[in-house]
Structures are given as structure tokens and as C-alpha cells.
Design a protein around this ligand. Structure first.
Ligand SMILES: [Zn+2]
Length: 215
């Protein structure tokens, strides 16, 4: 299982590098991929403290690594009802989106805007990472030498995953109610909207969640 997941993760990581390399280059900058995408079981040490399966996938800016736990990997299908490989590709690309935000400085900007609440810097950061995943989905088929093929059904899977991991969906499943004050990722509708914006534009310029009047 871990091997299979590892291969899949490598493919998506390479594909993201194929998409983001030229975008950075066009702006006179250089894209450097995350240091690693780590798949772990139960718990692992990270540059950001102990990673635990209950935390879900995350990016650690201190060591520039993406951490995915096997439980989440499996639960993406069974618990949240998001199906298909594209849903997993979306999650990896979202986390790589956080890496891109570290490279662009958006993460620092978000920290200055505060971490909690429906309009916080942290929500804007999450929605921007969703938008970046959309940009990847749009450009991957042309950009990837490995020939990543993405069709309409895949996109719907991706949007389903975006919705399934929206804070409101998760809170309803885990607490039985929605509490907007503790939103850190944005609602399912917002996540689908920003993924779609990135996909439709195929350009990270469409992902300015910090300048957006409404999310
Ligand atoms: Zn995120």
C-alpha cells in the first residue's frame, strides 16, 4: 500500500513541477519542489512538531515537506465519500500549493492577517491553495511528460474532494454542527469555487484570494 501510494505521489509531484516550473520561470523566478512528500502511518516527527494522523495532510514550511498520513489517504474514499485517484491528486496538489505560498511569501502575508474566522488570512491561504490545485489540474495534461490525462469526471472527483474536506463538511461529520468562527479552510462552496477559478483560468493570476473582495 505505502509503495503504491509512494509511486502515485511521485507522479503528482513531478507533474506539479512540470506545471509550476515554467510559470515561475516566466516571472524570472525559479521553482524549487518541496524537499519531500512523506507518507506516514500514525505519527511522525516533522520540522513543525509531531505529525499525527488525526491532523490530516499538511505542509511544514520549516522543513518544506508535505506530510500525508495513510489513514487520511484511505479515509478520503470511505469516510468523506470522495472517490477516485484525482481526489488524492487534488489533495497533494493543494499541499504543494502551500509550498508555493512559502516560495511566493503569501504565507507570511496570511500570518499578518490573522489565523481564525471566515475572512481570515488563513482561509484566504487555504482557498488560494485550492485555486493552485485547479491551475495544476488544467495545465497538467499538456505540461506533464508522463502524459497525465485528466477528464471531466476526474474534475468532478476533485471538486467532490474539495467539498468533502471543506471545514463545514468535516465539522458536520465530526461535531454534528457547523461553527463558522473556527473555519480555517473555507466552506465547501468556497473551496469548489476557487478550485474552479484556477481550473478555468489555468493561471495563478486568477488566485488572488488576498485581493478578492468576496471569497
Ligand atoms: Zn491547506
Amino acid at each position: 500500500m505505502a509503495d503504491e501510494a509512494g509511486q502515485f505521489v511521485d507522479t503528482i509531484e513531478t507533474s506539479n513541477a512540470d506545471v509550476w516550473g515554467p510559470i515561475f520561470q516566466a516571472q524570472g523566478q525559479r521553482y524549487t519542489p518541496p524537499q519531500a512528500i512523506v507518507i506516514y502511518d500514525r505519527a511522525t516527527g516533522t520540522g513543525c512538531g509531531t505529525g499525527q494522523a488525526a491532523m490530516g495532510p499538511f505542509y511544514c514550511p520549516a522543513d518544506r515537506k508535505v506530510y500525508l498520513d495513510l489513514t487520511f489517504w484511505n479515509e478520503l474514499e470511505s469516510r468523506f465519500g470522495a472517490k477516485g485517484e484525482f481526489a488524492r491528486a487534488y489533495v497533494i496538489s493543494h499541499e504543494i500549493g502551500h509550498h508555493i505560498q512559502t516560495l511566493t511569501g503569501a504565507s507570511d502575508q496570511a500570518r499578518r492577517q490573522g489565523a481564525r474566522g471566515a475572512e481570515s488570512g488563513s482561509v484566504r491561504l487555504e482557498l488560494q491553495a485550492d485555486c493552485y490545485a485547479g491551475v495544476w489540474a488544467r495545465l497538467a495534461p499538456q505540461a506533464s511528460k508522463g502524459g497525465i490525462a485528466i477528464n471531466r469526471a476526474d474534475i468532478e472527483d476533485g471538486l467532490g474532494a474539495a467539498a468533502a474536506v471543506g471545514d463545514d463538511a468535516i465539522q458536520q461529520k465530526t461535531q454534528g454542527q457547523v461553527m463558522p468562527d473556527s473555519f480555517t479552510h473555507g466552506t465547501s462552496a468556497q473551496r469548489m469555487r476557487w478550485f474552479g477559478k484556477g481550473y478555468d483560468a489555468g493561471d495563478p493570476g486568477a488566485c488572488d484570494t488576498f485581493g478578492a473582495r468576496s471569497l
